[in-house]
Design a binder for this molecule. Structure first.
Ligand SMILES: [Zn+2]
Length: 143
């Protein structure tokens, strides 16, 4: 399948590249939420956050920290979001894993989740479900 980010990695598609090494590339989002909105992308193709090997993910997140500081200073942002959209319902549109660094300014916009009325029992029920699944994946976790 044709992947726009793989094309950028291979320099077969245009992008405003701001950082590149052997494993990682970072470039500006072509539909920025704010100027300076940057994507940090492992050069190898992985569909999403869950399929990136841990070692590589560690390298990517260190690079995100390095670049986020530079982005924040460059655009004189008040703050920034680091976001990874995973799956269509979460707004993922390119299925080559990446982090967004989004510069933020006082009162620029707010995320508006659809809040429901959550109960303490409901929260505990989901905590139990998550703990149960976590215990099944304990062996592959290498924190
Ligand atoms: Zn790709």
């Amino acid at each position: 399948m044709e992947c726009i980010f793989c094309n950028i990695v291979n320099h077969n598609a245009e992008a405003e590249i701001i950082f590149e090494d052997d494993e990682i590339i970072a470039f500006l989002d072509i539909q920025p939420i704010n100027y300076g909105h940057t994507l940090v992308v492992p050069k190898k193709h992985y569909d999403n956050f869950l399929t990136v090997p841990q070692e590589e993910l560690s390298r990517v997140i260190k690079t995100v920290q390095y670049i986020a500081g530079a982005v924040k200073r460059s655009v004189k942002a008040d703050g920034f979001n680091v976001i990874s959209n995973n799956g269509e319902s979460a707004g993922q549109t390119v299925y080559h894993f990446h982090f967004h660094i989004i510069p933020r300014f006082a009162d620029d916009f707010t995320f508006k989740p659809r809040f429901k009325n959550y109960t303490d029992e409901g929260i505990k029920e989901y905590a139990d479900k998550i703990r149960s699944v976590l215990s099944k994946y304990k062996d592959i976790y290498n924190g």
